[in-house]
Write a protein of this length. Structure first.
Length: 86
């Protein structure tokens, strides 16, 4: 087995590990958002402006999460391209 094959397997394992961990994090974040929305829906002293700010914060976090995933996926695709060139 040559070094290139071992490196491909290692990168593949790391990619799978990252995807599984990322998906677990997404589930936790989505569940936390659902719980927070349920809590905010029951609290009468939260203003509409505060709810709007919370929703914007959650949307920003989701966008940042998706941008991070895209950046990591781009990195893995560059690794794949590098291995294909050899």
């Amino acid at each position: 087995m040559d070094v290139s094959t071992v490196a491909k397997q290692m990168v593949g394992f790391q990619k799978t590990l990252f995807n599984n961990t990322f998906n677990a994090m997404v589930i936790v974040q989505d569940q936390t958002e659902n719980m927070l929305n349920g809590f905010l829906g029951q609290v009468p002293w939260i203003t509409d402006d505060a709810r709007k700010q919370m929703n914007e914060s959650m949307a920003f976090a989701k966008k940042a999460r998706d941008d991070f995933k895209k950046a990591v996926d781009d990195g893995y695709s560059k690794f794949d391209q590098m291995f294909e060139q050899k």
